[in-house]
Every structure is written in C-alpha cells, then in structure tokens.
Design a protein around this ligand. Structure first.
Ligand SMILES: [Zn+2]
Length: 131
C-alpha cells in the first residue's frame, strides 16, 4: 500500500534583507526571517510542497509489539522457546545411526515433531508445580 501524496502550493515572500522567507501564504511554518523590519519581495515565489504522509500505526505499539518488531530483521540472532507436552517420543535407528524424535503438542493443540539432536535445538523439562 502506498501512501497517497498531496501537494500544496505555497506563496512565499522572501525578505530582501536576509533572503529568508518572511511571509508564507497559506500560513504553515513560522517564517524563517527574524528581521525586525522584514522587507518582503514585491512578488511571492510559488513553491510546491509534496506531502508524503508517514505511515503511522493505528495505535501506539505496545512494548511487546515493539520488542518483536525490533527482532524482525534478517540476521538477528534469536532463541525461540515454547512450552508443550510430549505426546510421542520415538527411538529410531537406521543405517547404524540412531536417535530420538519427539512429537509435542502446544496448548493450542498444534503438534510439532522434531529431532532433539539437531544442532542448536535444546529441550528441557518444565518443573511440575506441586498441586
Ligand atoms: Zn529578513
């Protein structure tokens, strides 16, 4: 989605003394001229200003959204963790190699199967609460 651009044509009278704008029509910014007695040019200069509205979020980002957005860049090193319950664990062996594969289910009932021997993958038990 590209933000629409709008144009405004300003009439700017430049001060003959300091060469800065001393009157702007329609008024938008404060004139740059700070002369005590500005000497406006007889004719204004037409200046077309393009406005490209910045894409503003609909609402302020929460700290958590901001934190996640800051990570959403290629090359960022992250550690992904989630909690799940082991619903299946399978020992396998093939061609002299063997290992374990885990199938886990998260609280939203999605299943993930993975090999805990994969480099960088780390699985740990969650201490059970006494209840
Ligand atoms: Zn001036």
């Amino acid at each position: 989605m590209t933000a629409p651009t709008s144009e405004t044509t300003l009439l700017i009278w430049y001060c003959q003394s300091c060469r800065k704008s001393c009157k702007v029509q329609p008024p938008n910014e404060d004139p740059a001229c700070t002369c005590k007695t500005p000497v406006p040019a007889l004719r204004p200069t037409e200046v077309t200003v393009l406005h490209t509205p910045k894409a503003r979020p609909m609402h302020a980002l929460s700290d958590e959204e901001g934190r996640i957005r800051a990570l959403a860049r290629k090359g960022t090193k992250v550690r992904v963790t989630f909690e799940a319950e082991v619903v299946d664990a399978m020992q396998w062996s093939s061609a002299g190699d063997r290992g374990l594969s885990f199938t886990v289910r998260t609280s939203d009932r999605r299943r993930f199967t993975f090999n805990p021997q994969l480099e960088g993958l780390y699985i740990e038990g969650i201490p059970q609460e006494d209840g």
